[in-house]
Design a binder for this molecule. Structure first.
Ligand code: ADP
Length: 508
């Protein structure tokens, strides 16, 4: 292992469970890659550490090679070896940790959802810090994400700073407070953390179950900077209704807690260059968008009888958070209103997957409805390009990326007013919002009437005022949702935290 070269900017290391496009389940993967690239462009040295999963997309890693040292890290009372690989993903240097543990932690054919996830990721968190220590790196910021790498924060301050890996401030981003990584307190001991010290109400003890520890709570308590992925969501999780049990902890630590809206990767999501599309297009050439609509209708077997029949798209994980009952209702309501609906989604929840399979079968040869129940990145690009409207009726939504991607492809977002959707979609009929920001449709009440009202308003503009609709499409395509401004906010947080630490060190 070699220590990192010096760089005029900050040295930032992300430790995460996902990174797009090689290992992506949801928005977390997009953020690690998108924020990483944006900070690299601003002159910072950014490195990523992720597990080496068997199911990664290896063809998207450049120059992958194993380092010729073996990493030894503590777990369950002894040392285990890990192989470390290094490669480049989208221009970012990435370390892949492959534990040589008999349980073959990342050799399971899937990223998450294993019975021993807590063990797998607490092992990984410790091995990642061990890698930084043994390679002599001196990062300014260690940025960990979600419960899977939340262990990094207490491990850093309790074990690794005393060992000499002490140059860094810790930043923790929670992408979804629904998932907190709780387990019986004793399980925390496996990665070397002191259960007696940490299973306390002001440290890692779960707020509702006193014999359990909570990884996300630990990261909130032990990190220097805590962020989540939109300003509205940051407010919501500080309330008893929205905090998933962590509101009191977040309020106590509110000084270091902030919501920053995610950006989207403007290179990966660009209709003018997107190789997945039948025809590339831009805001000044919407004929190309119409051709993509025609193409998908043909490919999916939908009727092409009326070019001006609006196509509503929906691309999502089918989980309760996403308002699955409202999605189901929107399908039927769209049909009644004379539109077409394409859903691309899959569900880790068995009964939801079965329910949607039933709907998919019901509409199997229908002229106007198609449900495709799988994960398909390439098809998702075609649907963004083909659709006129894009519906996201989430019950809660930390940030949401699909509303921003939809706009970039000229599909007008129809969203529930919550979390990051509330920070990025502004209703065209809302007089309290300056006209230049209005870019879609939103509704508040999470029921059928809410969905009916918003769909009717969107269909009405589409059919009765085609010119206004086209202007709206051109306007949203020109809005900037790239990482630039969000990355600047992270840069400022990092720099301030590093400056505070240096000032404190000088006065000691
Ligand atoms: P979450 O992280 O909660 O799943 P986000 O909106 O933040 O939701 O990010 C979802 C990402 O995953 C988007 O890039 C979206 O296009 C993609 N996605 C979700 N479901 C599918 C699917 N079935 N096929 C392809 N891409 C999908």
């Amino acid at each position: 292992l070699t220590s990192s070269q010096t760089s005029p900017g900050l040295h930032v290391v992300h430790i995460a469970a996902e990174m797009a496009p090689v290992a992506k389940v949801g928005g977390l993967g997009d953020v690690v890659a998108g924020l990483g690239k944006a900070l690299q462009k601003k002159g910072h040295l950014v490195e990523i550490v992720i597990p080496k999963y068997d199911c990664m997309q290896y063809d998207l890693v450049r120059d992958l090679r194993a380092l010729d040292v073996v990493l030894e890290s503590y777990f369950d009372g002894r040392l285990f070896k890990s192989k470390v690989w290094v490669g480049t993903v989208e221009g970012l240097p990435v370390y892949f940790i492959e534990p040589l543990h008999p349980d073959r932690f990342f050799w399971r054919g899937q990223f998450y959802g294993e019975r021993d996830d807590f063990k797998r990721f607490s092992f990984f968190s410790r091995a990642a810090l061990e890698l930084l220590l043994q390679s002599g790196k001196k990062p300014d910021i260690i940025h960990c994400h979600d419960w899977q790498t939340a262990f990094v924060a207490p491990l850093y301050w309790d074990l690794y700073a005393p060992k000499g890996l002490n140059s860094a401030r810790i930043c923790f981003t929670c992408h979804n407070f629904e998932y907190q990584g709780t387990a019986p307190a004793s399980e925390l001991g496996s990665c070397g953390l002191d259960v007696n010290q940490l299973n306390r109400p002001d440290r890692m003890q779960d707020n509702s179950s006193h014999d359990r520890i909570n990884a996300v709570k630990g990261a909130v308590v032990f990190s220097n900077i805590v962020t989540t992925v939109s300003p509205t969501y940051a407010q919501e999780v500080r309330t008893a209704e929205g905090g998933h049990g962590l509101h009191s902890t977040l309020n106590f630590h509110s000084k270091k807690f902030i919501g920053i809206l995610n950006g989207i990767d403007a290179d990966a999501w660009n209709p003018a260059t997107d190789a997945h599309l039948k025809v590339q297009y831009n805001a000044n050439d919407l004929q190309g968008k119409a051709e993509n609509k025609e193409d998908i209708r043909r490919n999916l077997g939908l009727s092409s009888a009326h070019i001006r029949r609006p196509l509503v798209g929906c691309i999502t994980r089918l989980v309760p958070q996403k308002g699955v009952h409202l999605i189901r209702h929107a399908i039927y309501r769209t049909l009644e209103l004379g539109g077409q609906f394409v859903l691309l989604g899959s569900s880790p929840v068995h009964h939801i997957q079965r329910e949607f399979e039933g709907i998919a079968n019901h509409f199997e040869n229908h002229d106007h409805i198609r449900l495709i129940l799988k994960y398909d990145d390439s098809l998702s690009h075609s649907i963004f390009a083909a659709s006129d409207m894009f519906i996201i009726p989430s019950i809660f939504e930390p940030c949401g990326l699909t509303q921003m991607i939809a706009m970039r492809y000229g599909s007008i977002p129809i969203v529930r007013k919550t979390g990051g959707l509330n920070d990025s979609v502004f209703d065209v009929d809302d007089d309290t919002i300056p006209v230049q920001f209005r870019n879609g449709y939103s509704f508040l009440s999470a029921d059928e009437w809410g969905v009916n009202g918003v769909l009717e308003r969107a269909f009405d503009l589409y059919t009765s005022k085609p010119d206004s609709w086209q202007q709206l499409v051109e306007k949203v395509m020109n809005m900037d949702f790239s990482w630039d401004s969000s990355a600047s906010q992270y840069e400022e947080l990092y720099s301030k935290s590093v400056a505070r630490a240096r000032a404190a060190a000088h006065t000691q």
